[in-house]
Design a binder for this molecule. Structure first.
Ligand SMILES: C[S@@+](CC[C@H](N)C(=O)[O-])C[C@H]1O[C@@H](n2cnc3c(N)ncnc32)[C@H](O)[C@@H]1O
Length: 355
């Protein structure tokens, strides 16, 4: 994997899409990935029945005659991918899994299928440590969102309007050794006010911003894309400049785009061959989004509001000549992608310091 980070050399990143089955990530080396951000097909959700049946044909018939067996079989498919994630992550690397639980009537019974619980059990068995997760609240305005017996007690069901972002770590804390690695970590710091929002256990503000940034409407329809803000936050929270981020269920490539915007390399794996070219085109548009400039502008607004309220900021950030709250933000340096080049099988990106 290309690894460049410290600002001694101009930063370059590479983004690759591999068409294939993520249960076998042969071309991704052991311990080469710092972060996995992904959203698999959700077991027991009807839109993914055919995808699971293609990988394990007995699943479809089992859905009605033995739903618990179908649930296990669908998760067995995902388990193989979690095992590959464990292999390719470096020690201390992080796996973030966005997944929703499923409500469904099968064999005459309505119930909840706890996908997030099943993924956590599988990952723990593989050796991952479970870290605090995030609830992503996705409110629906649908008038018929309440299920069951209406205003009559006993037979109505709570409306499910959230998904999970599970956070797991391979082993103990990641160790940053050597000057370049420590410098990349310091430059990759996030602002204090970003930390306060991103490290909250409830994300309820994603939908609007995410949709505005996601420009692949036809692919979204078929692939259940998450908003760009979701992988962007995770990339900033759990990786540093020059790291490699993997999405084994790449879909429209939102994770790869987030990595490109943030100065990380990325690898996406996707079963559907038709997606690769479009993911490359989407990643190549990273320079048009101005994500780093938007973060900088938001910080300058935060500073102005804080000063106007008579509060202080005790530290100074050198690279951007701006006040910050903590000493850990002193070397924080934001880079904007420029100069995207779509090459055979990959996109390469250059960066300049954000203004
Ligand atoms: C929920 S979508 C991912 C959406 C993605 N996060 C985005 O923002 O576009 C799941 C994707 O995984 C792909 N997929 C399903 N099984 C797979 C497998 N075994 N290996 C690789 N990709 C797979 C599907 O084709 C689908 O595009």
């Amino acid at each position: 994997m290309p690894a460049l980070a410290a600002s001694a050399a101009p930063m370059q990143t590479t983004h690759r899409v591999l068409t294939g089955d993520a249960r076998r990530l042969h071309s991704v080396a052991d311990a080469s990935v710092a972060l996995v951000v992904t959203s698999p097909p959700y077991p027991m959700i009807a839109m993914w029945d055919d995808v699971f049946a293609a990988m394990n044909p007995s699943v479809k018939a089992d859905l009605e005659r033995a739903p618990a067996r179908a649930f296990e079989a669908q998760h067995a498919t995902l388990d193989a991918v979690w095992a590959e994630c464990h292999r390719v992550l470096l020690p201390g690397g992080i796996l973030c899994v966005n997944i929703g639980d499923a409500t469904r009537t099968l064999a005459g019974e309505f119930r909840l299928w706890s996908n997030h619980g099943r993924v956590l059990r599988a990952c723990e068995a593989l050796g991952f440590s479970i870290l605090p997760d995030i609830l992503w609240r996705k409110p629906t305005n649908a008038p018929n969102k309440f299920m069951g017996s209406g205003m009559l007690p006993g037979g109505a069901y709570v409306t499910y309007e959230h998904e999970y972002v599970l956070v797991l770590r391979k082993g103990g804390l990641r160790v940053f050794t050597g000057d370049d690695s420590r410098r990349a970590r310091r430059e990759s710091a996030y602002f204090w006010e970003e930390r306060n929002v991103w490290f909250s256990d409830l994300w309820s503000d994603l939908l609007g911003a995410g949709q505005a940034m996601t420009r692949a409407p036809d692919l979204r329809e078929r692939s259940a894309a998450f908003p760009l803000e979701l992988p962007s936050r995770l990339v900033h929270m759990y990786s540093v400049y020059g790291d490699t981020v993997l999405d084994p269920f790449a879909g429209t490539g939102t994770t790869l785009l987030a990595a490109a915007c943030a100065g990380r390399n990325s690898v996406g794996v996707e079963l559907e061959a038709a997606f690769a070219e479009r993911i490359h085109a989407r990643v190549a548009a990273a320079p048009t989004l101005g994500r780093a400039a938007a973060r900088m502008a938001a910080h300058r607004r935060f500073v102005a509001e804080r000063l106007a309220a008579g509060k202080t900021l005790a530290h100074h950030n050198g690279p951007h000549d701006v006040p910050v709250i903590t000493g850990q933000e002193r070397d924080l340096c934001l880079y904007e992608p420029v100069d995207a080049r779509v090459l055979e099988g990959r996109v390469e990106m250059g960066y300049v310091k954000a203004g």
